[in-house]
Design a protein around this ligand. Structure first.
Ligand code: FE
Ligand code: FE
Length: 203
């Protein structure tokens, strides 16, 4: 029997998001379910995590900061400069507070979906990946390749997404959270043992 009322959760989260963000959210929910099937994770939990991963995304930045402070969530310098980064940890907090989610597997997948982190759980990797490859995404050049790879090797996919994201952000498109670099270093080392000295991303 289903533990979560997905319809009810969908109705509730829809009110918090703009139309495009809701469309993206549904894409992440379905893609996460497909990845959970492939990697033997809990399909329902993957759907809930996908559905709620961006639940704090449409809150204005000043309000995000205020809400984090009210909840005693730590705000780093990078997050203060780029408050959109806060939507992950605030989202995990609201998933529990407003949507009644208590499962740590779901909450951590929401918390780490933007930056990733070293040694992620399968559910964290599934949401991180689904967020990047869901059908409505269209910006990244390598999407067809990453979409295919996602159903073959999840660790390699995470490594690839982190690398591409860091490249994109390094080219001046946004603030880089140090956690993304740590995560990339971790996954890069899983596949490429020798330290690639010339690699600016690992610095
Ligand atoms: Fe997000
Ligand atoms: Fe997202």
């Amino acid at each position: 029997m289903a533990e979560y009322n997905l319809i009810k959760l969908q109705k509730k989260v829809r009110k918090e998001l703009d139309a495009a963000r809701y469309q993206h959210t549904l894409g992440v929910m379905f893609t996460a379910a497909a990845l959970a099937m492939r990697y033997g994770a809990d399909i329902e939990k993957a759907q809930v995590a996908g559905l709620l991963h961006d639940c704090a995304k449409c809150i204005p930045n000043d309000k995000k900061i205020r809400m984090c402070k009210e909840r005693g969530l730590e705000i780093t310098k990078v997050e203060l400069d780029a408050p959109y980064l806060l939507h992950s940890k605030l989202g995990a907090c609201l998933a529990e507070e407003k949507y009644g989610i208590k499962d740590p597997e779901i909450l951590s997948a929401i918390q780490w979906h933007t930056t990733g982190r070293p040694n992620m759980t399968t559910m964290e990797k599934i949401i991180f990946t689904a967020d990047y490859i869901e059908p409505a995404r269209c910006k990244a050049e390598n999407l067809p390749e990453v979409r295919k790879l996602a159903f073959h090797d999840l660790n390699l996919t995470v490594c690839r997404i982190l690398e591409d994201t860091l490249h994109y952000l390094d080219s001046g498109q946004g603030e880089i959270d140090p956690m993304s670099r740590s995560a990339f270093r971790y996954y890069h080392n899983l596949f490429f043992e020798t330290e690639d000295k010339g690699h600016s991303l690992t610095s």
